[in-house]
Design a protein around this ligand. Structure first.
Ligand SMILES: [Zn+2]
Length: 205
């Protein structure tokens, strides 16, 4: 969609970069913003700026945190330290939390291995994961199980194979959530009950 109004076209162009937003939807959203009261546009742009300014990665699990250096999952004393759930993205944590099936700690990789797209282990938070497990093995609160809650697609499978080998060599019990979901299933699209069952019925690697 082209409006031939340079400012509106720029907004359409920026919105169309969002996931799942094609040019047509971007046009609809941009016209909606244009027609909205001044304060709506102001609050929207302020919210976008604030989220970038205030939210940062947790220094321990690489999920997101706003006020503290470490996130609420890392600092919660009621969660168990011996089970670590590895996810691709911070948004996966909210899904797993809604399932209520997990009360351990998390680690976010920020993606999955994809040799074809040039995503290597160095591009993900794999080294800090290994370091975290190694440190736990020398301390009192040893991580005894790592649950890989990664997507059931090619990238997820590649990452599971890679991590299972390393973690196996480190003597860590490694499991993967059961995927009673279509192959290629992104855990974003699994309802929380299915996700809860997938965690309970996790498979040994
Ligand atoms: Zn954290």
């Amino acid at each position: 969609m082209v409006s031939n109004l340079p400012s509106l076209d720029k907004l359409i162009h920026e919105l169309s970069k969002l996931p799942g937003i094609g040019n047509k939807t971007a046009g609809r959203l941009a016209y909606h913003i244009l027609k909205s009261p001044e304060h709506f546009a102001h609050e929207l742009s302020e919210a976008v700026e604030q989220v970038k300014r205030n939210v940062r990665e947790c220094s321990h699990c690489y999920s997101y945190t706003e006020t503290e250096e470490q996130c609420m999952y890392c600092t919660d004393p009621k969660r168990s330290n011996d089970v670590l759930c590895v996810v691709e993205d911070p948004s996966d944590i909210s899904r797993i939390e809604s399932s209520g099936a997990f009360r351990g700690r998390y680690h976010v990789l920020h993606g999955a291995l994809s040799p074809l797209d040039g995503v290597t282990p160095q591009d993900l938070k794999i080294d800090p994961l290994i370091q975290k497990i190694r440190e736990s093995q020398t301390g009192d609160e040893c991580i005894t199980e790592v649950i890989l809650a990664l997507d059931a697609d090619l990238e997820g499978d590649t990452t599971v194979l890679y991590l299972a080998k390393i973690l196996g060599e480190m003597g860590v019990n490694t499991t993967r959530i059961a995927h009673g979901v279509p192959i290629g299933g992104d855990i974003d699209y699994i309802d929380f009950r299915t996700l809860g069952r997938a965690i309970e019925n996790r498979v040994q690697l």
